[in-house]
Write a protein that binds this ligand. Structure first.
Ligand code: ZN
Length: 300
């Protein structure tokens, strides 16, 4: 235990920040997961209501989840009732078992089941046990939800209304975002990237755009994203993510239709609106390439 303590000594602590009365977030570091940061690279949030607490996402290792539970306990004596999983990516779910063992009801989109039963999930956990030891170990397990939802769902706790919006397939097939309509707060998972170029990966960008358009119909003022600081320029961030995805689909879609080689299309596209954004150099080219492939498949 002494070695463990020493290893975690310089790591970022799980310290909740209140963004509105009763609404809190903890913010992970902007880095890849490592033993030094205990895989604290994503955010979690929680809402304290008169009847208990609802938590959004479980953080990237059991030790972090235990610290989150302890921190919540210092803020309120009320029990944690629900935990909503925004998506089943490792850095958002490896803390789930801590909540499960406390009897917290875990809610996720049912597409998460597909991931849980996939070889990719098993391989990822195996790799994490090596790469993130000792924080991810043989005791770390994948935890299914107690309640799987497949469509938009309304949940009320202590008089506070939560809208669970099934937003996938967008960033992942199982995207589930949480909206507090009366507070104008959106817990967006990895659906909204703040002031930076998103990682599009294999995402279904068409459906992602639809989901963002739908979220833009609500009066969202504050976004708690899956990574990075909370945003009070919610509409700007929603639009930036949407416009970027649209631009990718438009430029790469046109190239794919014309059978223009990717390199040429990439060189010719106008990236000036996005080139100044953080992570542009790292992410834009691969985003464009993935979109090119996607558009090629949808326009054979
Ligand atoms: Zn994430």
């Amino acid at each position: 235990m002494l070695a463990l303590a020493a290893l975690g000594a310089s790591a970022q602590a799980v310290e909740p920040v209140e963004i509105q009365p009763g609404i809190w977030m903890v913010q992970g570091v902007s880095a890849l997961g490592s033993p030094a940061n205990r895989n604290f690279i994503s955010n979690a949030a929680f809402v304290v209501t008169p009847e208990g607490v609802l938590v959004i996402d479980a953080l990237g290792s059991p030790v972090l989840a235990r610290e989150l539970v302890a921190a919540i306990g210092r803020i309120t004596p009320r029990p944690i009732r629900h935990l909503v999983v925004t998506h089943y990516h490792a850095d958002h779910i490896y803390g789930l078992q801590v909540f499960k063992d406390l009897g917290v009801g875990i809610i996720a989109h049912q597409q998460g089941l597909v991931y849980l039963h996939s070889e990719a999930a098993a391989l990822r956990l195996e790799a994490s046990r090596n790469e993130l030891a000792p924080w991810i170990d043989a005791q770390t397990r994948l935890v299914p939800a107690d309640q799987w939802v497949s469509q938009n769902t309304r949940l009320t706790l202590g008089g506070v209304e939560f809208l669970l919006q099934a937003a996938g397939p967008a960033h992942t097939p199982e995207d589930l975002v949480v909206l507090l309509p009366h507070k104008g707060v959106l817990f967006a998972g990895d659906l909204v990237f703040r002031g930076r170029v998103p990682f599009v990966g294999q995402a279904d960008s068409g459906r992602w755009i639809e989901a963002l358009d739908h979220l833009l119909t609500y009066e969202v003022r504050t976004i708690v994203p899956g990574h990075g600081p909370a945003s009070t320029s919610a509409v700007t961030d929603l639009r930036l993510t949407r416009d970027y995805l649209q631009h990718l689909r438009q430029t790469m879609g046109e190239a794919a239709r014309k059978l223009e080689p990717f390199e040429e299309a990439y060189a010719k596209a106008d990236w000036s609106r996005y080139a100044h954004l953080p992570l542009f150099k790292v992410a834009n080219r691969i985003n464009a390439y993935n979109t090119y492939l996607l558009m090629e498949q949808s326009h054979p």
